[in-house]
Design a protein around this ligand. Structure first.
Ligand code: C5P
Length: 403
């Protein structure tokens, strides 16, 4: 039997794209059953959703006829995946707080299946602290957020908040069905974020790494089924769902945590580890007139990637590093691969104009012994997904399970 999606259509103008979304899912062999909220039904008729999905459309929690056809608990579990598209600010807030006042929100609270949401709302509503905090909470719970995209909105404003295109949503759903479980039985180790190297009890050396790319990679590997440990420096990213996260501050602590996570089949070093640390950490806060404060003596930090790549019989089978460069990205990336002894380098351009540092998008080149593969600009989440696919392709079926 093919894969089935329970599509929850909430009340936004993007609901008019749901017929197209259903068609595109069907073209990928994915069947859809719909729940439409009262607001959703103002934008797209249940009749058109029923005609395209070839199934009854459910609208009302307290309908005797609906409950007779299928109880709301059964309905919430009748598919392999629940997709909320469009997901309004309202339904996201209700999901965050477990409010279940209608059929759609009751199904979302009752389901035991993975949930994806495709937000769609005005840019200010999207950027509002309440929505952003809800999104963080939902992500931390393992809900996969698709988009939103940037562009013109029905309200006349422009910005972030358009629902992702139906083709992109359908691709994400299809990828999920194709990839979940491909890394079952594998163990993955990912580093992410910056390190903080103390100078005295209140000051430290750090960098601008946001941790977005590393966290997205850990999340993707876990979604593919790998038992994943994320060793993260201080970031504002929520802990990805289904991932064992070890929080550290210094490079030395990051290395120790990585070594404690071995053995692993896969290591992805995406952290921006400080190259140096203070030779001596002042026990008390340095004073402005303290002669020692004007000269900082630095010593080199351990190279975590090189250490893992050279770990002898404890070396992970596939070791992947990042090369963040501002120029000569390919040649420096390839030199880094040799210097560090890793298998693949993901080289990316972080010059200021690209907005990669802290931004949501990345343009990367995957450098391996087989050559260089340049990927188009895409979201950091899409880079993570594609990298996880390449890792799964490379490793093939699990031969053994590490203890
Ligand atoms: O800083 P650099 O350009 O050498 O970083 C390249 C790669 O090496 C990245 O994957 C980074 O995570 C890793 N690295 C590391 N430990 C360091 C420095 C870099 O793991 N001390």
């Amino acid at each position: 039997m093919g894969n089935r999606v329970l599509l929850i259509v909430s009340g936004g103008i993007a609901a008019v794209k749901c017929p197209d979304l259903i068609r595109r899912l069907a073209a990928r062999g994915i069947a859809t059953r719909c729940i439409v909220t009262r607001g959703g039904a103002e934008f797209v008729t249940p009749l058109s959703l029923a005609a395209l999905s070839g199934d009854k459309v459910y609208t009302d929690l307290f309908s005797l006829t609906d409950e007779a056809a299928m109880g709301h608990i059964e309905l919430s579990r009748s598919a392999d995946l629940v997709l909320v598209a469009p997901a309004t600010a309202d339904i996201l807030a209700k999901m965050t707080h477990g409010i279940a006042g209608d059929l759609a929100t009751t199904a979302l609270l009752a389901t035991d299946k993975p949930v994806m949401v495709a937000p769609a709302m005005n840019v200010r509503m999207w950027e509002h602290a309440a929505t952003q905090s809800n999104i963080r909470a939902l992500k931390a719970r393992g809900i996969h957020v698709i988009g939103p995209a940037e562009g013109d909105m029905a309200c006349g404003e422009t910005g972030m908040g358009r629902m992702s295109e139906p083709a992109d949503i359908a691709d994400t759903v299809e990828n999920y069905f194709q990839n979940s479980g491909r890394l079952l039985g594998r163990r993955a180790l990912v580093t992410s974020g910056p390190t903080f190297e103390p100078i005295d009890p209140v000051r430290y050396i750090a960098n601008r790494s946001s941790g977005k790319q590393g966290h997205a990679i850990a999340e993707a590997l876990a979604r593919f089924g790998a038992t994943t440990t994320l060793v993260s420096g201080p970031t504002r990213q929520p802990d990805p769902a289904g991932v064992h996260v070890i929080h550290v501050e210094t490079a030395a602590a990051m290395l120790a945590a990585c070594e404690s996570a071995l053995p692993a089949d896969i290591a992805v070093c995406a952290a921006a580890v400080s190259d140096w640390r203070a030779a001596d950490i002042a026990p008390g806060k340095l004073k402005k007139n303290d002669a020692a404060a004007t000269t900082l003596t630095l010593v080199e930090n351990p190279d975590i990637l090189a250490t893992l790549a050279g770990a002898g019989n404890r070396r992970p089978g596939l070791v992947i590093g990042f090369a963040a460069e501002t120029d000569n990205v390919l040649s420096y990336g390839s030199a880094k691969r040799d210097a560090k002894g890793c298998d693949w380098i993901v080289a990316n351009d972080v010059s200021a104009a690209t907005g990669t540092f802290g931004g949501d998008d990345n343009t990367v080149h995957l450098i391996s012994a087989d050559g260089t593969d340049s990927w188009p600009k895409m979201s950091k989440m899409a880079v993570a997904e594609r990298l996880a696919m390449r890792i799964a392709d490379h490793l093939g079926a699990p031969e053994r399970t590490l203890q």
